[in-house]
Design a protein around this ligand. Structure first.
Ligand code: HXC
Length: 262
């Protein structure tokens, strides 16, 4: 399928490869409009369905991962249009249907919906040029794709409140200290680093990766005892997989495991 607002590629060498999605509206700093969100959703679901893909990387340009939802497309919306249709409601959470690991490789601005999109990914790797923020308050509005919910979970209430109530941006180092991003890397090596992390993940057992995602997301969304119980059940269920036999046998035989994702 061909897209206009994103680019898709398959990268990597191994049995399972990486699906790379590049947001591509450079003149608008990758502002997220309906078409881009539709294309992103379709590309994510296509990589999800492709058994040859282990892991997905979403990236933007040097200047912007995404500078938020497209303000020009939102400026004149009325309540009914915002509520019933259009890009405000469409496809923002498709990424949550993806059970394979998704890495956001962020350089430049990740603002508003751009930061919300990054936070929906499983791992955020940041270039040293990255700037994160939720500037909606400066537009007389608030985040609409999870910013008030995921940011406090990522960085704690005090910093989230400060960022949300002032709209200020924070740099990559601060974002790493605060716990929003996994790691900061030099801008020139951002994509290579993200693809290297993806390549590592591609070697690992698909079902176990999915279960880790499910458990960690449950840690976000439920209480401790429910999450621990889910984790225990998932852990036990993996003793029904070939990959568990292979992984443990390989360790005992001092060799590399060859996972078959079942
Ligand atoms: C539409 C945008 C845009 C956006 C930038 N542009 N951000 N267009 N929507 N979110 C456009 C500019 O209008 C400009 O177009 C071009 O991109 C370059 O931007 P400049 O402002 O000239 O660049 P710069 O001076 O470097 O400033 C970069 C910036 C600034 C700090 C990122 O552009 C900015 O503040 N953008 C808005 C950020 C924002 O408020 N995001 C939250 C949106 S609300 P022209 O044609 O003039 O060259 C949101 C809600 C999500 O995200 C809800 C989800 C459901």
């Amino acid at each position: 399928m061909s897209y206009e607002c994103i680019l898709t590629e398959v990268r990597g060498e191994g049995a399972r490869k990486t699906g790379l999605i590049t947001l591509n509206r450079p003149k608008q700093l990758n502002a997220l409009n309906g078409q881009l969100m539709d294309e992103l959703g379709a590309a994510l679901l296509a990589f999800e369905a492709d058994e040859g893909i282990g892991c997905i990387v979403i990236t933007g340009s040097e200047k912007a991962f995404a500078a938020g939802a497209d303000i020009a497309a939102m400026a004149t919306l009325g309540y009914m249009e915002a509520y019933t249709g259009g890009f405000i409601t469409r496809n923002w959470e498709t990424i949550r249907q993806v059970r394979k690991p998704v890495i956001a490789a962020v350089a430049g601005f990740a603002l508003g919906g751009g930061n919300e999109l990054a936070m929906m990914c499983d791992i955020i790797l940041a270039a040293d040029t990255a700037k994160f923020g939720q500037p909606e308050i400066k537009l007389g509005t608030i985040p609409g794709a999870g910013g008030t919910q995921r940011l406090p979970r990522a960085v704690g209430k005090a910093k989230a409140m400060e960022l949300l109530l002032t709209g200020r941006m924070m740099g990559a180092e601060e974002a790493e200290r605060a716990g929003l991003v996994a790691r900061v890397v030099p801008a020139a090596s951002l994509l290579d680093e993200a693809l290297a992390v993806a390549a590592q993940i591609n070697e690992l057992s698909g079902p176990s990766l999915m279960m880790i995602k499910e458990c960690v997301n449950e840690a976000y969304e439920s209480g401790l005892s429910t999450g621990v119980r889910t984790e225990r059940h998932m852990f036990q269920s993996l003793f029904g997989t070939e990959d568990q036999r292979e992984g443990m046998a390989a360790f005992l035989e001092k060799r590399k495991p060859a996972f078959r994702h079942r």
